[in-house]
Design a protein around this ligand. Structure first.
Ligand code: C2O
Ligand code: CU
Length: 628
């Protein structure tokens, strides 16, 4: 069974087991007064034992897929549950038939066992949905204490004659007060930050890590963020946030070696704005992360980004202030760096959903909610630079002609010809699709019928969309970069969906190593190192992970070695384990997050820092910097 299926099964079992132990405990208790209930108690207890055995088996299988999937279950949940469960099986279960016949009663020490198992099973639910991996010591201690205290209190109630003694009253109040104080303190600690500096120490300031002048021609652009109504080709209007009145914003297309100078201005009243160069290895001070590399640009403010375009390929830019809102409402555009003068039909194709309506924007054309059509002469070399600016994946493919994926996330790839096959493009990711225009129509399609790009030699209808299998992009390339054989540091990111304190409330959150932004501990790297990240997805959702300022070399996916390729946005599916390597060659404080920006906003955002780099900026309300 796949790890994703086992995780889902375990989540069902943990709830079922808690419910069965709860019922078994309740009926066993009641059978002390109403002996005929003992038969039901026995049946329920047997069910609870079977469920527990099922859970043990599931956890064992999960551990076989990787310790991260089962650690807290093996070390905490099962050790809490198994002793009372086994004791109930050995001691309580055999007595129940006699209780039913009226020839025995359950003494308190026996009746308490299924209830103790019930408390442990309920703790197991919390461990599954709130602790995750790795185990946080204090939470584990609280849960163990709660199970022990609950068992002791139950036993005391069963043996009690007369009112509770003074000691029990005092102990009870102390426990209640401690629990209250602990809950209050954790929620208080998880309140939204007012002013939080993420990288305080170090001798190099991110404001010193700015792009200079590479010597090439300076290409100047001005982008002004403002709200505007954007009209889709069908005539449908959307209230969007735009750069210079349009969304996508102006295409920034330059030649390799030129200096890009972009002045960002804002007329937005309700939020700030920044420009983040997605996938581009800009110097850290140009990365456009509010509260980390700059303060968000407010209405009337300005920020000038300047860097050398030394890396050719397909990229894009977008705001990083409340991006789940700002970017999704339209603050983005294409950024293409050409190694040579573009020839043939070579265009950026942006896939973006406005208020849920999928659109395609080609080159400098506006968003089209139908099929964009262009005329291309047969024999023309075609390069479609497909950019996924949405929060979720798109399935892309070309129909009517064999094609190749010529670049992934801006980096050239050499791979076989694809005929009718399709590829999943991660949120934030780019594929350059290349082919030679035939003498018949061809179409770039996604999973949204009736949208995409139709290229015709002059006339003709769109071919049916490709319906072939999905390729595995990590196995596509035939000649990849060399893979390092040793790593200077190793980090693990376990992605999960847990109930944890966030924004001052216990909320379902997207977590990394059991924590949410901005409390996820930041990996530290040093310039020149190779750093290996193992990314484990324990949740039921897809997570398109995106480290800033670097590409990562994909080493393996679920234990299967990759045909090595560089990516900056990669989809980690439920239950998957990816190993990627990062070459630390761009000093700074770098954000790294899930590009399903709703997940990023609900916790799945972290940063990693280079030794010795500090940021003078602060996230939080004071400067209204919200990079998540
Ligand atoms: Cu497009 Cu922080 O990312
Ligand atoms: Cu995610």
């Amino acid at each position: 069974m796949s790890s994703a299926a086992l995780i889902a099964l375990d989540q069902i079992l943990v709830i079922l087991v808690a419910a069965l132990w709860g019922c078994a405990g309740g009926y066993a208790l009641a059978s002390r007064k109403v002996p005929r209930l003992a038969r039901a108690a026995a049946a329920l207890l047997t069910g609870a034992l079977l469920g527990t055995a099922g859970r043990v088996a599931t956890v064992a299988l999960l551990a076989g897929h990787g310790w991260w999937f089962a650690g807290e279950k093996v070390l905490l949940a099962l050790p809490l549950l198994l002793p009372p469960a086994i004791a109930a099986a050995v001691v309580s279960l055999p007595r129940l038939p006699r209780v039913a016949r009226g020839t025995a009663i359950l003494p308190p020490a026996v009746a308490v066992l299924p209830l103790a198992a019930c408390y442990a099973a309920v703790a197991g639910v919390l461990i599954t949905f709130s602790v995750g991996y790795p185990i946080r010591g204090y939470l584990a201690a609280v849960l163990v204490a709660a199970v022990l205290a609950g068992t002791a209190a139950t036993w005391r109630m069963l043996t009690r004659t007369g009112p509770p003694g003074r000691l029990w009253q005092v102990a009870g109040s102390v426990v209640a007060l401690l629990a209250l104080a602990w809950t209050g303190a954790s929620l208080w600690n998880a309140r939204p930050p007012y002013e939080l500096r993420l990288a305080g120490g170090g001798g190099v300031d991110v404001t010193a890590l700015r792009g200079g002048d590479g010597g090439g021609e300076v290409r100047r652009f001005t982008l002004t963020a403002r709200p505007a109504t954007v009209t889709l080709r069908s005539g449908r209007k959307v209230e969007a946030l735009t750069f210079n009145g349009g969304s996508p914003g102006p295409q920034i297309r330059v030649r390799q070696g030129e200096t890009v100078e972009v002045t960002l201005a804002s007329e937005l009243v309700d939020r700030g704005v920044t420009l983040h160069w997605h996938g581009y290895h800009v110097p850290n001070g140009e990365d456009g992360v509010p509260g980390v590399t700059q303060d968000a640009v407010r209405r009337g403010g300005r920020f000038v980004y300047r860097f050398t375009a030394d890396q050719p390929g397909s990229y894009w830019y977008h705001t990083h202030e409340t991006p789940n809102l700002g970017l999704q409402k339209g603050l983005f555009g294409a950024f293409v760096v050409d190694a040579a003068a573009p020839s043939g039909f070579d265009e950026a194709v942006l896939l973006h959903s406005f208020d849920g309506t999928p659109t395609t924007s080609v080159g400098s054309g506006g968003p089209d909610d139908g099929m964009v059509s262009r005329t291309v002469a047969p024999g023309t070399a075609v390069r479609l630079r497909v950019v996924n600016t949405d929060n979720g994946p798109h399935t892309v493919g070309v129909a009517g002609v064999p094609y190749r994926i010529g670049a992934v996330d801006g980096m050239p790839v050499e791979g076989r010809e694809l005929t009718g096959e399709r590829a999943q493009l991660a949120a934030g990711g780019r594929y350059d699709l290349t082919f030679t225009m035939p003498a018949r129509p061809v179409a770039l399609s996604t999973e949204n019928p009736g949208t995409g790009l139709l290229l015709t030699p002059g006339s003709g209808a769109a071919p049916p969309p490709p319906s072939g299998p999905l390729i595995d992009i990590t196995r596509y390339g035939t000649r990849g970069p060399a893979v390092p054989t040793r790593f200077d540091r190793d980090y693990t990111w376990v992605l999960d969906r847990l109930l944890v304190p966030r924004s001052g409330l216990p909320l379902p959150s997207y977590t990394v190593n059991g924590e949410v932004w901005p409390r996820i501990p930041a990996p530290v790297v040093a310039e020149g190192e190779w750093v290996r990240f193992t990314v484990v997805n324990r949740s039921g959702d897809l997570h398109p992970m995106h480290p800033h300022g670097h590409h990562v070399l994909v080493l393996s996916r679920d234990g299967v070695p990759a045909a090595p390729l560089w990516m900056d946005s990669f989809d980690v599916a439920p239950g998957e384990v990816w190993e990627v390597a990062l070459k630390a060659d761009n000093p700074g404080v770098w954000l790294s997050h899930c590009h399903e920006l709703k997940h990023a906003a609900e916790g799945m955002t972290l940063h990693f820092t280079y030794e010795g780099v500090r940021s003078p900026f602060a996230v939080g309300e004071r400067m209204a910097n919200h990079p998540d």
